[in-house]
Write a protein that binds this ligand. Sequence first.
Ligand code: ADP
Length: 547
Amino acid sequence: PLSKPRQAPLRLPPDTSREKFDAAIVALKKVLGEKGVELNDKPLVDGWYMEHPNTHDAYHIVDQEEMVCSAIAYPSTVPEVQEIVRWANEFKIPIYPISMGRNIGYGGAAPRVPGSVVVDLGRNMNKVLKLDANNASCIVEPGVSYFKLYEEIKKQGLPLWVDTPDLGGGSVLGNAIDRGVGYTPYGDHFANHCGMEVVLPNGELLRTGMGALPGKDGADNPTWGSFQNAFGPSVDGIFSQSNFGIVVKMGFWLMPDTGHQSYLVTFKREDDFQKIVETIRPLALKRIIGNVPQLRHSIQELAITGKPRSTWYTGSGPMPREVIKDGVSKLFFGECAWVFYGTQYGDPDSISSQLALIKSEFAKIPGSKFYLPSDVPKDHYLHQRAEVCSGVPSLKDLEWLNWKPNAAHLFFAPITPTDPKAAYTVHSIIERLYEKWGFDIWPTLCFAGREIHYISVVVYDRGNEEEKRRARCLMREMIAETAKEGFGEYRTHLLFADQVAQTYGWNNQALMRFNETLKDALDPNGILAPGRNGIWPKNYRGKGWEL
Ligand code: ADP
């Protein structure tokens, strides 16, 4: 099921005949050379994380062939990106920029409009352009992965960390403009960026922040990597989760190497959820908790062993609570329903005083237990967490993909305040709907100061059309039901973007109307990633594109 013969050989862009398309491709090859353009007419291969396709969404939730591009363009320079944009305007062909295109669980490399030309920036534009040890910052191109940046820092022997997500193969730039998160104190990736260079939909080149002020004799501005907002409206935000520009360079702050200590706390009772959140709340608010910690449901302790679900359960429907409990109790910790992974930072004295406080707060929850890495077996996931939380990219989190045959995953990712009642409202909707649609519950709560990214994973078999249908139904219902309670997603798979965007509809969709005004002004021909994050250009609106 993961690679089948193509039903249709090539998906053309909308309103484009084969002749027109062929003529356009000839013109594009004049810009990028023969090797700079590839038609997407071969069988689709899902590959795996490190060899992911740029032809479609490897974690398809509809037919594999529905979300495909017509061709892929590989620019090597910023002027080539500008040329591609001008080409798209001339031929009225939609383009869809990706940095590396991993973006798993959110649509991979797939364009929202089938037949778009994917602009794969990362293949040839993959340099760390600057690593500034004094300022602890860098400037990267779209193709720089967490691994690559990490290796570059090591090569130069600098005492700096890269904040990485659970998996380290994605693009630093791509993840940040999609507002992804990691787990060190620099875990909010967009908040820790500083400066961008952007190709606008008309081909114009723009620098944001201090970069807009030319440095001496045409050099880059010396404070480009130091101060985010510069002068006038702060425009960086409109290039995140949008389709207003192609980001070709981006600056990031890097965390100076420091002492760190990871730990975990287990909680015995599933129903202590609210107590746990209430214990974390003041610790997070006062920034006593050092990073973006995770509270995980213990089913993930089973999954992260890398063993398939059938090791514990072969029945139909979601894995029952009792089965999870029983399975987990045979692992290292004994009985446990929730696991909290945290890390403290600083010198040894401050770490130990922070830990003493954290320990005593959690100890108020009956049955909770505290562990350091030295207390757990060598192969326990805590050791991996300690790496991710101290700036070392990892692939360990791929292991839970053994859970099911052809396993793929989707994320449902609402935000709640760090408030037990609110978090529980969302949690109970999710629990009920997972049960209804037959999926194993899989929550990970990432805590920041005042909010929780409640990341709920849907693990499904992408070879099973019926299961994919149920996964889609589950997503739609969760989006609708949590929105009714006032909770919304921070990010979503491209196929649910219209529905999620609509939930942000205060005052008769004022926000979307504002985004559309920007879109129409910046991209009058509607060539750049139409439909991304629910923003449709005027030539697409009201024609049945919205899902
Ligand atoms: P990753 O490499 O982390 O998997 P992607 O390259 O898939 O990330 O980026 C995630 C999404 O962000 C893409 O699907 C695309 O819509 C958008 N995107 C990525 N890179 C750029 C860019 N340089 N300019 C504009 N949008 C981008």
